[in-house]
Design a protein around this ligand. Structure first.
Ligand SMILES: [Zn+2]
Length: 61
């Protein structure tokens, strides 16, 4: 039994902000502190930037 040729399904990854699943090919990614963040779009990316800025401020004692 042979399977029909499957269309290539892109790997799904979750947006780090809204947790929506997106194809990895369509994701925006950003490497930070040895971790690669993925975003479904520029809005989530901007949100993450703001959050990380705030976190950095809180880190400074
Ligand atoms: Zn998102």
């Amino acid at each position: 039994m042979t399977d029909k040729l499957k269309p290539e399904v892109p790997e799904l990854i979750a947006c780090d902000i809204c947790l929506e699943e997106i194809p990895s090919t369509a994701a925006q990614s950003m490497e930070s502190d040895d971790y690669v963040y993925h975003f479904c779009g520029i809005h989530c990316y901007e949100q993450w930037q703001q959050q990380s800025k705030q976190q950095k401020k809180e880190d400074v004692d």
